[in-house]
Write a protein that binds this ligand. Structure first.
Ligand SMILES: CNc1ncnc2c1ncn2[C@@H]1O[C@H](COP(=O)(O)O)[C@@H](O)[C@H]1O
Ligand SMILES: [Zn+2]
Length: 363
């Protein structure tokens, strides 16, 4: 039973690259920079290993993480590891999101940051990564000829798509640059835009032009919504009709009504919400009501490094907190196929994967 949560196929729709780094890698990177004298290692060690993380502290931690990860080589390394970690727990489809960053001292532009991310996807070697369907399917076949559909020796495969995040600290122009970069990278697996960052910073109106443009150009959009009370912003976000929203912690009656009537899927991050205290306990978490009213929801990790969790753990947690069995959890995982941002080819492939497990469950 314990193993089931790990072996069952899963879909991860809400994972931030820099929040998903292994503790061991963060410590190793911090130690290297400590040895060079760039940072004081012991200061970092304390923060990295600390486990109580209020929402305010989480954003302080991200500033520290970004200090040690924002160079091309490191971005490639953490991308590779994060994809490997998700694949190891049978995530078959991953939408990985990250904020393209400019760092003049490292000669880094938003574009070169994203090239480093794509390098990371290419560097994964213990599992096949399908990240740009049209272009790479052939390359994968050629590099692993034994990988035909009927072969028993078929290697494990994870389908990865990218979302580019706009940080709420950014200006309209910077947000627009991110959307243009996403459009430029459509053939490299970029399928959408995310709005995230410290929820007490920034105004909806600042990001709206870039988000509208993204939508007009055919990119999908997901928004962090209601991480702090902000009724007006939540209404504006719902009226924007995003493809999905994340969190929805401080939603009020009117928001729920709107969300449900618009049928906007919700990315649920249980551990993240409990750790940041945006929801007091699992028994009052909105997952239960959304699930019972058959509203589309998907369990996600948010930041598996920062919150020391995994997608398997989130499934185990929900199953025990809400009394759901293996079959129900399998259906919950499978139904996320309906609101992934990748196209029909990926959806069809995922349906096949889940269908073969459904048969086993019935047997
Ligand atoms: C806990 N809840 C959260 N709420 C809002 N934004 C969050 C977040 N967790 C992560 N991020 C966003 O993701 C960035 C780190 O990954 P990347 O550098 O983009 O790869 C953070 O700086 C923040 O902007
Ligand atoms: Zn998030």
């Amino acid at each position: 039973m314990e193993e089931w949560w790990k072996t069952m196929p899963k879909i991860e729709l809400h994972a931030h690259l820099n929040g998903s780094i292994r503790d061991s890698t963060l410590l190793e990177l911090a130690r290297e920079l400590g040895d060079k004298g760039t940072i004081v290692f012991s200061d970092f060690e304390q923060v990295i290993l600390k486990h109580d993380r209020s929402l305010v502290e989480v954003f302080k931690l991200f500033d520290l993480i970004h200090l040690i990860t924002t160079d091309h080589k490191t971005v490639t390394k953490i991308t590779k590891e994060v994809v490997e970690d998700f694949a190891a727990e049978n995530v078959v489809y991953l939408e990985l999101r990250t904020t393209p960053k400019r760092n003049d001292s490292k000669g880094m532009s938003k574009e070169s940051y994203m090239q480093a991310v794509v390098e990371g996807l290419r560097a994964v070697n213990n599992v096949d990564v399908d990240f740009a369907h049209k272009l790479d399917a052939e390359a994968i076949e050629n590099s692993h000829p034994a990988n035909d559909r009927n072969s028993e020796s078929r290697r494990k495969k994870i389908c990865v798509r990218l979302l580019l995040s706009i940080d709420r600290r950014e200006s309209t122009e910077a947000a627009m640059e991110t959307v243009k970069l996403a459009l430029q990278m459509k053939d490299l697996g970029v399928v959408g835009i995310d709005l995230s960052g410290n929820p007490v910073i920034g105004e909806w109106q600042t990001f709206l032009p870039a988000l509208k443009f993204a939508k007009e150009q055919g990119l999908s959009v997901t928004l962090h919504s209601g991480e702090v009370p902000n009724s007006e912003e939540v209404h504006a976000m719902l009226d924007f009709l995003p493809g999905r929203i994340g969190h929805a912690c401080y939603f009020e009656e009117d928001h729920w009504r709107k969300l449900k009537s618009f049928k906007i899927p919700v990315e649920i991050c249980l551990t993240s919400n409990i750790r940041t205290e945006t929801i007091p306990s699992l028994d009052v978490h909105h997952f239960a009501d959304l699930y019972n009213s058959e509203h589309p929801v998907s369990l996600c990790t948010d930041d598996m490094g920062v919150f020391s969790t995994s997608l398997s753990h989130e499934y185990r947690l929900a199953a025990s907190a809400y009394g759901l069995g293996m079959k129900e959890m399998h259906t919950l995982a499978r139904d996320a196929i309906n609101f992934i941002f990748a196209g029909n080819d990926a959806k069809e492939e995922l349906k096949e994967i889940f269908a073969s497990v459904s048969k086993e469950l019935k047997a």
